[in-house]
Design a protein around this ligand. Structure first.
Ligand code: GRF
Length: 217
């Protein structure tokens, strides 16, 4: 069967991109990473894509007077590459509802918290300030509101008493690297159904494919 054609949008180091690249290196994985688009040339993830032989494009938002032109360029690039699914992986530009609606239910994001808690930036600092005992990550379909949309996969991660934002971020990132390839696989296998803006997973080996719990080691 043809593999799902995935495009990844990045702004930074691209460790989630790497997790997707590594998953897709297995011929049995039902998706392939066809294209990586960065919004500036310094994104470390570009080198990861090139090392894997994946086509890269840099579409710099500063080259456009308005967001519409920037997004239209990304949209055209994705369409020309016949992308089926767009993954935001540390993409630091907020996409307009024009773009989000054009890719509705074919555009997903990873966020380093258990949504709907702790939307936005500085997530781990705010988790620590709130004294939360658990945090995690969420892969979700993108909707026009930031960090909002039907949840596909979540993983739970404990907060340790001596954590700082960096140690917590590193633990959550480990969960992200499992969750993103899992979510893409579920979509590629046609096992995701959106009903009333919530996700049903068909034939889930629950709970392993829905929630991963990293026990305290
Ligand atoms: C991740 O923590 C992701 O959840 C957030 O941005 C970070 C990107 O990291 N959206 P990386 O570039 O994938 O390493």
């Amino acid at each position: 069967m043809a593999r799902l054609r995935v495009g990844v949008l990045i702004s930074g180091r691209g460790s989630n991109l790497q997790a997707l690249i590594d998953a897709a290196a297995d011929p049995a994985y039902p998706a392939e990473i066809v294209l990586v688009v960065a919004n500036h040339g310094d994104a470390g993830g570009l080198a990861r894509a090139k090392a894997a032989g994946i086509r890269t494009e840099t579409i710099n938002h500063r080259a456009f007077n308005a967001k519409q032109g920037f997004e239209a360029s990304i949209d055209a690039t994705l369409r020309a590459a016949r992308i089926d699914l767009v993954c935001l992986a540390g993409f630091m530009r907020i996409l307009s509802s024009w773009f989000v609606e054009r890719w509705r239910d074919r555009l997903i994001n990873i966020h380093p918290s258990l949504l709907p808690a702790f939307k936005g930036l500085d997530t781990h600092e705010r988790v620590l300030a709130a004294g939360a005992r658990f945090t995690g990550c969420t892969v979700h379909f993108v909707r026009p509101d930031v960090d909002d949309g039907p949840i596909i996969v979540q993983a739970v991660v404990p907060v340790m008493p001596d954590d700082d934002a960096d140690s917590l971020a590193a633990r959550v990132l480990g969960a992200e690297h499992h969750s993103y390839p899992l979510a893409v696989r579920l979509i590629a296998e046609g096992r995701i159904q959106i009903r009333d803006d919530r996700v049903d997973i068909l034939n889930a080996a629950a709970p392993a494919e829905v929630v991963m719990f990293n026990p305290i080691k």
